[in-house]
Design a protein around this ligand. Sequence first.
Ligand code: UD1
Ligand code: CA
Length: 545
Amino acid sequence: MSSAAPTGQQTPVLEGGPVSAVVVLAAGEGKRMRSSRSKLLHEIAGHSMLSYALDAATALEPEHIVVVVGHLREQVEAHLAEIAPHATTVVQTEQRGTGHAVQVALEALPELRGDVLVTYGDVPMLTAETLAALVAGHRTAGTAVSVLTAHVDDPTGYGRIVRGAGDEVLGIVEDRDASEAQRTIHEINSGIYVFEPEALREGLARLRPTNDQGELYLTDVLGFAREAGRAVGAYAIEDRWQTEGVNDRVQLARMNAEVNRRTLERWMRAGVTVVDPASTWVHASVDLAEDVTLLPGTSLEGATSVAAGATIGPDTTLVDVEVGEGASVVRTHGSLAVIGAGASVGPFAYLRPGTVLGERGKIGTFVETKNARIGDRAKVPHLTYAGDVEIGEDANIGAGVIFANYDGVTKSSSRVGRASFVGSDSTVVAPVTVADGAYVGAGSTVTGDVGPGELAVSRARQRNVPGWVARKRSGSKTAAAAEEALAAAGPADRAPGADGPVDPPEVEQHVVPAPLSDQEVVGVDPPTSTPSTSTPSSTDSERES
Ligand code: UD1
Ligand code: CA
């Protein structure tokens, strides 16, 4: 279920052919945002306000899309080049009013034969369907101008729709120019219109700045059309949000919440469980499948997609992440990553770009991955940094393993083969290849390749200093415990020197190197009783599987 445009606009059918032009007004200052960034670049559900306006315009497939820019136009133009390279921009150097803005737009276009739509860059919820309906009504009625209106409780600040005795539209009067009686009108001008080109041209030519602001008002074109004996239409929209502009950050937050509420509602109806809609944010560009569960504190952004049966959250943010069927992603921050079907991620994982986790693979707790391809059923369960590494299927990475990929100058990659086993607390210093079916002993620093079937161990051998506790910590709880343990063990286990008065020289416990025990090779989680006979285990994770 994906949309035609990132903001979710679908292409409506337009009876009577495409409109000639959509003019998007976007030159205003947006002072109340109090921002060094153009108001139009502020985002609703992850997309700039302007991109909603452009997507709606584009969905109508007009011959021309013209965006009138002015304030912070470098920012706006750069953004337009990214989101709508097919749109033309025209510069309105001085903001002399909405009528002037449309004059400037028309000057940049060839002679237009078909209808001209005018919209605003800062009215993000207006849909292409609404625009199409406005055009359809306009065409059916054969009107010269049609305006989209709304009935609101508080019309302060808006232009009012003035109607005659027969309910016909006489014109629009601005709030500041309105009479006491006109101010009581609750039908407001959204600022969205469709014009028959002749009426628009004639009207624009007649505009004069004879109003409180000394501007050229586009709204006056309606009055002129009416005076010339042409019909003017007004279509009231039920969905008030679609005509709402954003002027400050309070409105921005409010609109974000509304867009999100609608998006979640749509997904819930499509079979997604949203446990807490108030703390769940899903961008319009996200794609979800049936039986996905979103737990509280989840934010899904960009081109994120989640396949059937997967569970995301709580407290998870995914940006441009592809999640496979039945996967589970818990308390995770991820971007530009792929999570395979049945895989499990988190809690507390950080998936950076280029992470690809195979089917039923695992990226566990306090694990950071970057440019890491982790094979099917492979596991990176605890406390690991995996950067620039390829880990083969069924491999097991112990707790606290670091794939060191950066020497301060260049980044290099490492590879761990199929069903290989890297012991806990090892550092694999790239570039290194650990072959298929190889082992790395716990606590190793691996700087050279390891062949198939080989065990690599690189660390100091353990040495025990008998009697050290009795001598250096005498009288402590530890010393008492040692004494009890030694007494219980009997004389055979009493180490020589335990009662001696002087420190023995600190020598290797094994004078002749003994073969490494399994326990020495790997484990962090040895069984508590008899370590020497236990099987190796990098972590408890192996037992989980
Ligand atoms: C305008 C309408 C008003 C309507 C309201 C709806 C006029 C005279 N009034 O009022 O009837 O109720 O919108 O929001 O049209 N712009 C330019 N160049 C300019 C002036 C404005 O590009 O010279 C753009 C702005 O960036 C904005 C839009 O046009 O996107 C509306 O301008 P704004 O100044 O907000 O108009 P309002 O006074 O709110
Ligand atoms: Ca406005």
